[in-house]
Design a binder for this molecule. Structure first.
Ligand SMILES: *[C@@H]1O[C@H](CO)[C@@H](O)[C@H](O)[C@H]1NC(C)=O
Ligand SMILES: *[C@@H]1O[C@H](CO)[C@@H](O)[C@H](O)[C@H]1NC(C)=O
Ligand SMILES: *[C@@H]1O[C@H](CO)[C@@H](O)[C@H](O)[C@H]1NC(C)=O
Length: 286
């Protein structure tokens, strides 16, 4: 009896967290992890600004780890000349064979567009980059970037439009994030060794400090303390685990195809130089 009361209150606690909306301040769910003097709290903690200059960037992480959820963050990226500057929003497990789901926004010279790179690591294996341009200027306003993670699929969203789907294909031997909880993180850092034109276009420090803004610190996720407690996060009591979220509906599927046709400019699945034999997750549903 004691156990079921604890379980019910855990579920209720999660539901309350998920439904409180945007009144949640940064400090309630997140903590700064590096570059402490490069982080500014705005609007009673409902917004934070990360800065990067030649001495440091900055980063933050959720206080808890999660085993499933529909995570999102609103971001406004550094404007003007942002070549070499990388802004991120991602989930990661920090283990030796880690799982990680990445949004990486790679800055550019003034007037040239940002590139959004996504990647998926499962049990330590990544190398699954996709890159695209955006249909708006991500430096002009806040836009929402989302990650759905359940045991059927991982979906990356830009303003509620699905841009990438990674299906659970364990049935054909592809590792899938399932065994380890992940933290939610964000950062602003100098990636000029690789980010812009493959590292040839460098950060111009005369434009520093570069600034990225983050909002939306509510977390729609199932908190899990460690590997051994992740399975409770597969429960259908969480809305993001219900059948509606097992695959894209026809409307989302058509938005997804439309956006990908127009904006994807690199997909590891079609890089035959790198992968003469396409990785198994790239093959059509079987
Ligand atoms: C959790 O599981 C992952 C994947 O199996 C493993 O790499 C990691 O070491 C585990 N962590 C702990 C604390 O046992
Ligand atoms: C950096 O920007 C300044 C101001 O536009 C310019 O004068 C300078 O040449 C740039 N430096 C590099 C290395 O591109
Ligand atoms: C972000 O996720 C939270 C929690 O699931 C939800 O309440 C909120 O509406 C979402 N925001 C956007 C802009 O999608």
């Amino acid at each position: 009896m004691g156990l079921s009361i604890v379980l019910v209150s855990l579920l209720l606690a999660n539901w309350v967290i998920a439904s409180e909306g945007s009144d949640i301040s940064f400090d309630q769910n997140y903590k700064v992890t590096w570059g402490f003097d490069h982080v500014l709290s705005l609007n009673q903690g409902r917004e934070i600004q990360l800065s990067m200059d030649i001495s440091s960037g900055a980063g933050f992480a959720s206080k808890l780890s999660y085993g499933s959820g529909f995570f999102n963050m609103s971001m406004k990226l550094p404007d003007k000349d942002s070549a070499g500057v990388v802004s991120t929003f991602y989930l990661t497990s920090h283990s030796n064979n880690h799982d990680e789901l990445d949004f990486e926004f790679m800055g550019n010279r003034e007037g040239k567009p940002y590139t959004l790179q996504t990647n998926v690591f499962a049990n330590g294996q990544g190398n699954r980059e996709e890159r695209m341009l955006l249909w708006f200027d991500p430096t002009a306003n806040f836009h929402t970037y989302g990650i759905l993670w359940n045991q059927h699929q991982i979906v990356f969203y830009v303003d509620n439009i699905p841009i990438r789907v990674f299906k659970n294909k364990r049935n054909v031997g592809v590792e899938y994030p399932s065994l380890q909880p992940m933290q939610i993180e964000g950062s602003l850092w100098d990636g000029d060794s690789w980010a812009t034109d493959g590292g040839q276009t460098k950060t111009n420090w005369t434009y520093a400090p570069f600034q990225a803004h983050f909002q939306g610190f509510e977390i729609g996720g199932c908190a899990a303390l460690d590997n051994s407690s992740i399975q409770q996060c597969y429960s259908p009591n969480y809305w993001w685990n219900t059948e509606k979220y097992w695959k894209l509906d026809p409307g989302q599927q058509s938005e997804y195809e439309n956006v990908r046709n127009k904006y994807i400019n690199y997909d590891y699945c079609s890089d035959r130089h790198r992968y003469p034999i396409p990785p198994p997750e790239c093959l059509d549903d079987q």
